[in-house]
Design a protein around this ligand. Structure first.
Ligand code: NAD
Length: 331
C-alpha cells in the first residue's frame, strides 16, 4: 500500500483573524501546520501542530521559523487594521516599515529554504483612488491596478510586496500565488479596540445599543463596499493554491456591493432593533469599492456566492455573545 505524504504548511500571521481560520481549514484537510505570529489567536485555541511566537521583522527569527522546504507557505502577517487604523495617517510609518520588512524577510528566507509554493495576501486597497470615486461604479478589475494610485500607505506597501513576490517568481522560480482580499469578515475577528473593520464595528454597536437608541457612523454612510465571509475566503485561497498554472493577482471578494447605511440596516434587522444613525466625520477611504469577479470566475471556475446577510447573521451572533461576556466580566 502506498502511503500518502502529509503536506507541510507554514502559516505566517497564524494568530490573526484569517490566519487562525486558515490553520483550522488546513488541519481539516490533513496538513501538518506550523503557525507563527506575535500572538496566539485571541478567541480560540490554535489548531496548529506547532505554534511559534516570533517577530517576522527579525531576520534571525524569520530564518529560524522557515526551517524546512514547506510544501505551502501562507504569508498573512501584516501590520493592519480597519479604516480608523489605516486611514488616519497616524500609523503610516509603522504600517509600511513593519509589513515591508516582514515581506522582504519572508520572500528571501523562503526562497533560500526551498519552499515549494507561497500564498501572499494582498488587498483591494492597492486599487487606484481615481477609479473609486463613483460609489455606484467603482472599477476594481485586476488590470486596473496601474497606473498605481492607492489611497493609503497600506495599499502602497501591498503593491510593493506583490511586485517583490512576483520578482522572486521571475528570477528564482518561486511558485507565488497572490490574492487581493476585499473586506473579509466573520466570527473571531477583531471586534473592538480600534483595529476592527466596518462589519464588526457595526455589529458591536448594534449589539450594544438599546432598541430605539442611536449608533455612530463615520461619514454619510453612502460610501459603498462589499464584504466577504471568511469561509468563502478560505475556499478562494484553496482554489488559487490548487490551480495548475494561474497565480494571480486575483480578487477574492464578494461582488454584492452595499452602502454602509445598508450594512447597518442588515445588522439592525438581525439584532431586531430600530436605531438612529448619527453620522460623524472620520477616516473613510475611497467612496466606492466592489470586487470584480470576472477574472476569478474565468481562471479558477469559481466565485463566492454566500449572501452578505447570511455572513452578517453568523458574525452578529458571535459578537453579541462577546458583548454579553464582556458585560458579565465587568459586573
Ligand atoms: P490580522 O491583523 O488579524 O492578522 C495579521 C496577523 O499578523 C496578526 O495576528 C499580527 O499579530 C501578525 N503580525 C503582525 N506583525 C507581525 C510580525 N512582525 N511578526 C509576526 N506576526 C505579525 O489581519 P487579517 O484580517 O487576518 O488579515 C490577514 C492578511 O490579509 C493581512 O496581510 C491583511 O493585510 C490581508 N488582508 C485582510 C483583509 C481583511 O479584510 N481582513 C483585507 C485585505 C487584505
Amino acid at each position: 500500500m502506498t502511503k500518502t505524504k502529509i503536506k507541510k504548511a507554514l502559516v505566517l500571521g497564524a494568530g490573526g483573524f484569517i490566519g487562525s481560520h486558515l490553520v483550522k481549514d488546513l488541519k481539516k484537510r490533513g496538513y501538518f501546520v506550523k503557525g507563527v505570529d506575535l500572538k496566539k489567536p485571541e478567541y480560540s485555541k490554535s489548531g496548529a501542530d506547532e505554534f511559534v511566537i516570533g517577530d517576522l521583522r527579525d531576520q534571525k527569527m524569520c530564518k529560524k521559523v522557515i526551517d524546512r522546504p514547506f510544501d505551502e507557505v501562507y504569508q498573512l502577517a501584516a501590520d493592519m487594521g480597519g479604516a480608523g487604523y489605516i486611514f488616519s495617517g497616524e500609523h503610516d510609518a509603522d504600517v509600511m516599515h513593519n509589513s515591508a520588512t516582514i515581506n522582504l524577510n519572508v520572500s528571501y528566507y523562503g526562497q533560500k529554504a526551498g519552499i515549494k509554493k507561497i500564498f501572499y495576501s494582498s488587498s483591494a486597497c492597492i486599487y487606484p483612488a481615481y477609479n473609486q470615486k463613483d460609489p455606484d461604479n467603482p472599477n476594481c478589475a485586476e488590470k486596473s491596478a496601474y497606473p498605481a494610485a492607492p489611497d493609503s500607505e497600506y495599499g502602497w506597501e501591498k503593491l510593493f510586496s506583490e511586485r517583490l513576490y512576483l520578482s522572486f517568481r521571475r528570477n528564482y522560480g518561486l511558485d507565488v500565488r497572490i490574492a487581493r482580499f476585499h473586506n473579509i469578515f466573520g466570527p473571531e475577528g477583531t471586534w473592538r479596540g480600534g483595529k476592527e473593520k466596518a462589519p464588526a464595528a457595526i455589529c458591536r454597536k448594534v449589539a450594544e445599543a438599546k432598541d430605539g437608541g442611536t449608533i455612530e457612523m463615520w461619514g454619510d454612510g453612502k460610501q459603498t463596499r462589499s464584504f466577504l465571509y471568511i469561509d468563502e475566503c478560505l475556499k478562494g485561497i484553496r482554489k488559487l493554491m490548487d490551480s495548475k498554472n494561474f497565480f494571480g493577482p486575483v480578487n477574492i471578494g464578494s461582488d454584492e456591493m452595499v452602502t454602509i447605511n445598508k450594512l447597518a440596516e442588515i445588522a439592525m434587522k438581525i439584532g431586531d432593533k430600530k436605531l438612529f444613525i448619527k453620522h460623524l466625520p472620520g477616516p473613510l477611504g475611497v467612496r466606492g469599492r466592489n470586487s470584480d469577479n470576472k477574472l476569478i470566475k474565468k481562471s479558477l471556475g469559481w466565485k463566492p456566492e454566500m449572501r452578505l446577510e447570511e455572513g452578517i447573521k453568523k458574525t452578529y451572533e458571535w459578537i453579541e455573545n462577546q458583548v454579553k461576556i464582556k458585560a458579565f466580566n465587568v459586573k
